[in-house]
Design a protein around this ligand. Structure first.
Ligand code: SF4
Length: 347
């Protein structure tokens, strides 16, 4: 991407009157273009001295984040998501020979920037039928590394190893992950697995919501050549290994597209009959990636199983406490706090 394109994007963002503004740098691997990334971050921070500054996020495979780059990101308050699928056995399926590099990176970042690490670092895990048997151990490992924000998502491309056995394994693994997260929540008050976070008072269910926000005007993705789209997967550059762009573009043009949420189905059943229809996050790109599929209503079984099983556990998890809960004392006091109070003779 040329600086002229990137500067134009940032100027547009800075001119926005939206309450929340985020510049999200992603790839490919954005750190490969470090001088440009650095220039963009400095430009945002120098140009937004008035009002609430935009958030900046960077999604990276982490392999090039040396000490100097990390210090720069911390000093400029950049949120970083590192792609790491968990323990060695899980992650090496994605990128052989890289687990040790990333493990050392987490140890170093936590030691050098503990506060930023807790608040601004997240780990993105992609769940596949191959790394599924390591899911609970991976959750335990990442919690042990002090990660407070874990983003778990199913594979967007076709997962040919997914079947009923994988469903049973996901159920079993998620049971263990649930116990781990609940114990962590009771001890610290934090909910590390983002798919478990739910508001105490969710907005009213609307089954007629579009299946995705690709046409939402408030989010725009810009490709390296300056092309603009509501979704990065629909830019001229195909990312994430998906080849679904042209299929998806054709679907989005159809008049029935906005109402498809109710009409979708998988081999488990119809979305209209599903308890989780309102919170279902199966991306249409995953539908377009089912080999030979031409029906925009067909949802891959792996994505459907992920939403059903995780949705059930999410409902069992305590909701995120809001300001009202804090004021009324409805949010549970983490055991770490009560232990501290006791140790100080206050409890
Ligand atoms: S979980 Fe499956 S059946 Fe339910 S809404 Fe999502 S895709 Fe449809």
């Amino acid at each position: 991407m040329s600086w002229a394109v990137l500067q134009g994007v940032i100027d547009r963002l800075l001119a926005s009157e939206a309450e929340e503004r985020t510049l999200a740098l992603a790839g490919g691997e954005p750190v490969l273009e470090w001088p440009l990334v650095r220039r963009a971050i400095e430009y945002v921070r120098e140009s937004s001295s008035n009002g609430k500054p935009p958030a900046i996020s960077l999604t990276s495979n982490g392999l090039l984040l040396d000490q100097e780059k990390a210090r720069f990101l911390v000093e400029h308050d950049v949120e970083v998501q590192i792609s790491l699928d968990g323990v060695r056995e899980a992650h090496e399926l994605r990128a052989p020979g890289t687990f040790d590099v990333l493990d050392r990176l987490l140890v170093r970042l936590r030691r050098d920037h503990p506060s930023w690490y807790r608040k601004r670092l997240s780990v993105g895990m992609t769940l596949t039928s191959a790394n599924l048997p390591f899911l609970a151990r991976s959750g335990e490992y990442l919690l042990g590394r002090g990660i407070e924000s874990l983003r778990l998502a199913p594979l967007l491309t076709h997962d040919e190893g997914w079947g009923r056995e994988a469903d049973a394994e996901l159920e079993r693994q998620m049971g263990e992950v649930f116990d781990l997260c609940l114990e962590h929540y009771q001890r610290t008050g934090a909910i590390p697995l983002e798919v478990f976070r739910r508001p105490a008072n969710p907005p009213e269910a609307r089954h007629d919501r579009p299946v995705c926000r690709v046409n939402a005007p408030e989010t725009q993705a810009v490709g390296v050549d300056g092309s603009v789209n509501g979704c990065p997967l629909l830019l001229a550059q195909e990312v994430g290994g998906t080849q679904a762009g042209s299929v998806l573009r054709e679907w989005i043009e159809r008049p029935e597209w906005p109402g498809l949420r109710r009409e979708r189905y998988s081999s488990y059943g119809r979305c209209w009959d599903c308890d989780f229809i309102d919170e279902c996050l199966v991306c249409p790109v995953a539908s377009a990636n089912i080999p030979g599929n031409t029906d925009p209503r067909r949802v891959p079984d792996s994505g459907c199983a992920f939403n059903r099983i995780i949705g059930r556990y999410r409902r069992l998890f305590p909701p995120v406490a809001g300001p009202e809960d804090h004021l009324k004392g409805n949010d549970p006091l983490p055991t770490a706090m009560t232990d501290l109070a006791k140790a100080l003779g206050l409890g």
